[in-house]
Design a protein around this ligand. Structure first.
Ligand code: FRU
Length: 917
């Protein structure tokens, strides 16, 4: 258990302690039958007494002399499952059953003051009403000196005090024969009813000496009636209860309204004491009889004083009790605060512990960090030093490149110029001038590259000249567009040029640099747009209502997609999207430099929907340009037009349709290279002895290889899209092409690349720049060795040849078994066989021929004849039967073919070998 858990549990415990409320141990229900002062006093005593016991809850329910309602109260207490019921039954008989039910259910029952008609109660507390009645009788008898007339007002009929007090009274007065009970009336313990009843009695009887009312309330009511009749002095009034306080029994005696009253003690404290004895299992007496005494003018004043004293004491107790209550609630609050504080202290202690530990960890980490910081600082210093060295090295390299580019320029010019001279010679053969044009094109490309490097260095060094003049951009672009039309036509590219109207498109610009910007962007677009793609150029003006402030040129092309990762760096110098993309990576960096020289901006977007769009914004006026001498923008077009696009268009013009050049009598060589000059050059090296097919990329190469099944394939490695290694791997895994020897031709001379090439099945590897004789002899050697193997091994044993791949062995085996199965079918032809092998007629022909040196038909015939020889030597079938058996349609044609193959006819063979089996 970790610290956090411990603190959490402690917290829960404290909260529990703080929130704990004393749940009552005992619940006591009190059911009062009447709502009057006597009951109020008793209730007060009950509640006061209960306070002396811990965990006691008292609920008092009171009815107004209503027996039915009291039954409901008792039912309620039963349902609440109280521990004890204290009940003063309004009437004995009707309430006996419900009290018995409570008792039977195990609830302790204390009846007080009044009782039920059964023994099923736990205890009784109250005065002995019979004795009370008897005391009253004796008191009156002595008061009347044994003679006189009495009227009795009784309590509620059916309530035990009313019954008992009457009986006790009768017992006492029956001793005096001269005492007459004039009448007895039920006044239900109530003053108003007693007054009413007394009214009637007074009109009935003229001679009344004493009115005995079973309580003081009824006595006061009777007195009131006598007062009205002005007969109050004719008779005495006696009551029971003797409650203290203004208007109650004691006071009435003091005032002379009552002759006497008898104490009927409320005893609420006693009831609770007995209840607690019962609940807490102490011994108790089942019947507790409270004392009574007479109060008359002789002792009423003393009694009043005493009761006042008692009442004051009660008030003091009450006050004390309230104070205790306040202290207790304060104590409870303080207890909560204490627990809260304790919890808080613990929490703080826990947190302090955590903070302390964290600080220690932090210090440790800080120490480690500062150690690492020192290490990192050292590494940073080393890196700074390294980067400085690197910068120096890069600078040195760039200086070297610049110098070497300078050095290249002179010899290149010296090559270009003589070539121009030579080209002018009209006596040159077509072959010679073609080679010279090839040299010129490539010298021009080299010159352009060298110039680009030099320009870029100039730009980086801030030495690039900017010669602005007033040009019309629209006219310039329109004239430059002419150079691309041919290229667009040859490559089937849909090229459109649009411009917005309403603007003259005049601006101050360096025409040569503008031209270079445009040609570079267009070369790029043409280079990466596939056949049947689209290039759209748009010139527009960015204007505000007042003036045109910039021109926007967009060059959009379909097909090529530049990922967002490359877009970020595409204008960086020497940045290449991947190794397979041709070019030095300086063209777009230079375009950006030229655009910035004009105070403009360039951006590029590329997505699948719209392709790639280059956007150039050139301001109409560059603030720092002053009017300078115009330099003809178009004059220098020739230098620019030697760039990629022009080169491509020239090449396209020279392309010779493959269908025309494809000569099946010569071995076929397929050249796959994205550089048209290389293709053209290899073509020129081989076309005398071979049919040369060309493909400009890997996909086209694979398609042509599948279609024509060439005898040798020469492929470049670095090509956009599918590279040479992948192309070779695919060709070697296809049945149609797996047998074809492949020469990989590449500018990369790294060993890993060679290994990669051989791993995918390349047969030879030649590095660029290559020696043309080496290439020609390698092609020849590869073809010769295939040829030799076929001749030496012959078709019969060829499938065991070591340099034949498994796929080819399977192929031949499958092909032979196909023939053997259907040999007797004379209609079996090469087309059917091709279909069954999954090859076209040409593919089957080229494949079989290359593997066996026979055409499929020849192979079919030879297999038939071999089978015939075997049948001739092993069966007794006739020659004619064997002829049909092996699928020949006529015995004479069979004999002719047999003789051609083996130099003897089937019959000569039979004669020589002694006939069939
Ligand atoms: C109070 C009271 C007293 C009387 C007693 C009899 O409710 O009416 O006046 O003595 O009940 O039960």
């Amino acid at each position: 258990m970790n610290r956090i858990h411990f603190i959490f549990i402690l917290l829960l415990f404290l909260i529990f302690c703080a929130c704990r409320r004393d749940t009552p141990t005992y619940r006591i229900g009190v059911s009062q039958c009447s709502d009057d002062e006597w009951r109020h006093r008793m209730n007060q005593e009950i509640l006061r007494e209960a306070m002396f016991y811990d965990g006691v809850e008292v609920e008092i329910r009171t009815v107004k002399d209503d027996t039915e309602k009291q039954k409901q109260d008792i039912r309620y207490f039963i349902d609440q499952k109280v521990d004890l019921i204290i009940v003063a039954p309004n009437q004995a008989a009707p309430l006996t059953a419900i009290v018995e039910e409570a008792f039977d259910k195990g609830i302790a029952v204390i009846t007080f003051d009044r009782n039920i008609l059964s023994d099923k109660y736990t205890a009784f507390v109250g005065a002995d009403n019979y004795e009370v009645g008897k005391s009253v009788g004796n008191y009156i008898a002595s008061m009347l000196k044994g003679k006189g007339n009495i009227v009795e007002l009784t309590g509620l009929a059916g309530s035990t005090p009313a019954i008992d007090r009457h009986q006790g009274f009768i017992t006492a007065i029956s001793q005096y024969p001269d005492i007459t009970l004039l009448c007895q009336e039920d006044a239900g313990w109530l003053r108003e009813l007693a007054e009413e009843k007394m009214d009637t009695i007074l009109s009935r009887f003229n001679d009344i000496d004493v009115v005995y009312a079973q309580n003081d309330r009824m006595a006061a009511g009777a007195y009131q009636a006598a007062l009205r009749h002005a007969r109050e002095d004719d008779m005495s009034f006696i009551g029971i209860d003797a409650l203290p306080g203004e208007g109650y029994g004691l006071d009435l005696v003091n005032k002379g309204v009552l002759e006497a009253t008898f104490i009927y003690p409320t005893g609420g404290d006693r009831v609770i004491q007995i209840a607690m004895d019962i609940l807490e299992g102490r011994s108790y007496s089942r019947e507790t009889i409270l004392n009574t005494a007479v109060v008359d003018p002789t002792n009423s004043h003393v009694m009043t004083l005493q009761t006042r004293e008692i009442s004051e004491l009660d008030t003091k107790i009450e006050t004390l009790n309230n104070r205790i209550g306040i202290y207790l609630s304060r104590y409870a609050t303080q207890q909560i605060i204490l627990y809260g504080s304790l919890f808080f202290l613990l929490l703080v202690a826990g947190l302090l512990l955590i903070v302390y530990k964290s600080l220690r960890t932090k210090n440790r980490l800080n120490a480690e960090l500062s150690k690492q910081k020192i290490q990192l600082e050292t590494q940073r210093d080393q890196l700074i030093e390294l980067s400085r060295q690197l910068e120096e090295a890069t600078h040195a390299k760039l200086v070297f490149f610049t110098n070497i580019s300078h050095d290249f320029r002179t010899p290149l010019t010296l090559v270009a110029d003589p070539v121009d001279h030579l080209l002018a010679d009209r006596t040159l053969s077509e072959e010679q001038s073609k080679l010279l044009r090839l040299i010129k094109r490539n010298v021009d490309i080299l010159l352009r590259l060298v110039n680009q490097i030099l320009d870029f260095r100039k730009y980086e060094n801030g030495k690039l000249e900017f010669v602005p003049t007033r040009i019309n951009l629209l006219q310039s672009l329109q004239s430059w567009n002419a150079s691309f039309e041919e290229a667009a036509r040859k490559k089937h590219i849909h090229f459109t040029f649009n411009h917005t109207s309403g603007s003259d498109f005049d601006l101050n610009a360096d025409p040569e640099k503008m031209e270079r910007i445009y040609f570079n962007l267009m070369s790029n677009a043409f280079k990466f747009t596939p056949e049947n793609g689209k290039i759209t150029v748009c010139l527009s003006a960015s204007e505000s209502p007042e003036r045109v402030w910039a021109y926007r040129l967009t060059v959009a092309n379909t097909g090529s997609l530049i990922s967002s990762e490359h877009i970020r760096s595409i204008f960086d110098r020497f940045y290449k999207i991947d190794m397979h993309h041709a070019g030095s990576g300086i063209g777009l960096a230079l375009v950006k430099a030229f655009v910035e020289l004009h105070g403009g901006t360039i951006s590029v977007e590329s997505d699948e929907k719209q392709g790639t769009i280059f956007t150039v914004d050139i301001p109409v006026e560059r603030t720092d340009i002053s009017g300078q001498t115009a330099v003809s923008a178009i004059a220098d077009t020739d230098t620019v037009s030697v760039q990629g696009v022009a080169t491509s268009s020239e090449l396209l013009l020279e392309e010779i349709s493959e269908e025309e050049s494809y000569d099946t009598t010569k071995p076929v060589v397929l050249v796959i290279d994205d550089n048209a000059d290389i293709r053209s050059y290899v073509h020129s090296l081989l076309h005398a002895d071979y049919s040369v097919l060309e493909a400009a990329n890997g996909i086209e190469g694979i398609n042509k290889a599948m279609k024509y099944v060439p005898d040798v394939i020469i492929s470049d490695i670095m090509m956009p899209g599918l590279d040479g290694v992948e192309c070779c791997r695919r060709l070697k895994s296809e049945l149609q092409t797996c047998h074809i020897p492949i020469i990989l031709l590449t500018a990369c001379s790294l060993d890993e690349q060679r290994i990669q090439g051989y791993d995918v099945g390349a047969d030879s590897y030649i590095s660029k720049p290559f020696n043309s004789q080496v290439l020609v002899s390698r092609v020849r050697n590869l073809l010769d060795s295939t040829q030799r193997i076929k001749q030496v091994m012959g078709e019969a044993s060829m499938i065991t040849r070591e340099n034949v791949c498994d796929m080819d062995k399977d192929f031949v085996a499958r092909f032979k078994s196909l023939i053997e199965k259907q040999m007797n079918d004379s209609s079996l032809n090469v087309e059917d066989l091709g279909k069954e092998m999954g090859l076209s007629r040409v593919q089957l022909y080229r494949k079989i021929k290359s593997l066996t040196n026979y055409s499929p038909n020849e192979l079919l015939r030879i297999t038939r004849l071999k089978k015939a020889t075997s049948l001739l030597s092993s069966t007794s079938l006739s020659i004619a039967e064997i002829c049909y058996e092996v699928g020949f349609t006529s015995p004479s044609y069979f004999a002719k073919c047999y003789k051609e193959q083996y130099g003897e006819s089937p019959s000569d063979y039979l004669k020589r070998t002694g006939g069939g089996g």
